[in-house]
Ligand binder design. Structure first.
Ligand SMILES: *Cc1c(COP(=O)(O)O)cnc(C)c1O
Length: 381
């Protein structure tokens, strides 16, 4: 356990215990470490039960899952994909890997999700540019769960597939519906900093069995399953999730609710202690939403002589506390210089005013006290 004054308070460290160690040892002893054995299907079944998707394929990473999902959506070289500018690059780099063109659109201030009117404007921009939009790829950020109803209607009207990047939102729900479930395909991540981890890993999910069957085949070098011969209908990727990691992921799934409860509790502690300070605010859940609070985002209104997010991150780092900026908008990245975007002011404002506070489920109340004291001292000096 952390909590001693000298220890570092991490942003979102992995929360691994006896159950994961036992699962890993059992997989090693059984020699089930490669792609086969009982663990990958067990992990996938747990993910299907949790998300409500009938079909789930566990793969090597969330980014790999997004690459596969976009390919399954029919995205090809020269197509356009509408994507958030406010997100982590793993959800959008695969657009470029497929030779397609991202059109970045702004987010909504209160949910961090794609703004529907900006999505509509992006379809108009694509038409002017002579591009066909094959997919819309909204993201659920920081454990929030966005309502995709509006985006889905717009995408349907234009014949585009919706691929939800729910990498940060495993366990989040809205009106009892799991993050990503409204979409044609959804993607989750089990990177070491996510709410549960398989040490690394991801999943692609859909209600359509044919799509997930193809995802499995593509993840396994495009190899036709069943026979002994090396038959390949199409070139694929090596995106399999090793069974050793699936065993750890499956063990983590058993503790997902406890991890969500802890992160929500940490968020509430920050809100109670820091939300009372001048110029500090936290994003509110929408009616019917149950966020996981994977990362707590603190927004600072500029002025009042208070330090901004960058300065505050440095102050906290000097005290052994790891805070981070929120995602730098994609339309500001050199990787996408000269690319297409619609708006981006809200993403820019969030980037200029916000930071992520330590949120990992291993953090103790004493750790959170330390963070709150340091933030309060810095903001009220
Ligand atoms: C983590 C993350 C990904 C990528 O997941 P990896 O497993 O790290 O490849 C994609 N999109 C978002 C929004 C993420 O936070």
């Amino acid at each position: 356990m952390t909590g001693s004054p000298g220890s570092r308070v991490l942003l979102s460290g992995p929360d691994l215990g006896e159950a994961e160690i036992r699962a890993a040892v059992a997989a090693l002893e059984a020699g089930e470490v490669g792609s086969f054995g009982a663990q990958p299907p067990r992990f996938e079944a747990a993910l299907a039960a949790r998300t409500g998707f009938a079909h789930v394929a566990a793969v090597a990473s969330g980014t790999a899952a997004m690459h596969l999902a976009l390919k399954l959506a029919g995205v090809r070289a020269g197509d356009a994909v509408i994507a958030p500018t406010f997100t982590f690059i793993g959800g959008v780099a695969p657009i470029a890997q497929l030779g397609a063109v991202p059109i970045f659109v702004d987010c909504e201030a209160d949910s961090f999700g794609l703004a529907p009117e900006a999505v509509e404007a992006a379809f108009a921009l694509a038409r002017r540019e002579g591009l066909t939009v094959r997919a819309v790829a909204p993201a659920d950020l920081f454990g929030r769960c966005t309502d995709l109803t509006g985006i889905l209607a717009i995408a349907r009207a234009h014949g585009a597939t919706v691929v939800a990047d729910s990498a940060e939102a495993l366990g989040a729900t809205r009106d009892g519906r799991h993050a990503g479930l409204q979409a044609d395909l959804a993607v989750y991540s089990f990177n070491a900093n996510k709410i549960i981890t398989a040490v690394g890993g991801g999943a692609v999910a859909s209600g359509d069995p044919a799509l997930i069957e193809r995802a499995r085949r593509l993840a396994n070098q495009g190899r036709t399953p069943g026979g002994v011969e090396y038959e390949h209908e199409e070139p694929g990727f090596n995106y399999r999730l090793p069974a050793l990691l699936a065993a750890i992921g499956a063990a983590q799934m058993d503790g997902l609710d406890a991890r969500i409860a802890r992160r929500r509790r940490i968020h509430d502690l920050y809100r109670a202690r820091l939300g009372v300070l001048d110029g500090v605010r936290f994003d509110d859940e929408a009616p019917g939403e149950r966020a996981t609070r994977w990362l707590t985002v603190m927004q600072l209104s500029p002025g009042g002589g208070r330090p901004g997010p960058r300065a505050l991150i440095d102050v906290l780092a000097a005290r052994g506390i790891e805070a981070r900026p929120v995602w730098k908008p994609m339309h500001r990245q050199r990787a996408f210089a000269g690319g297409l975007h619609v708006g981006g002011e809200t993403a820019d404002r969030l980037h200029a005013t916000s930071l992520c506070l330590p949120s990992g489920s291993r953090l103790t109340d004493a750790d959170i006290d330390r963070v709150c004291e340091a933030v309060t001292a810095a903001l009220t000096a």
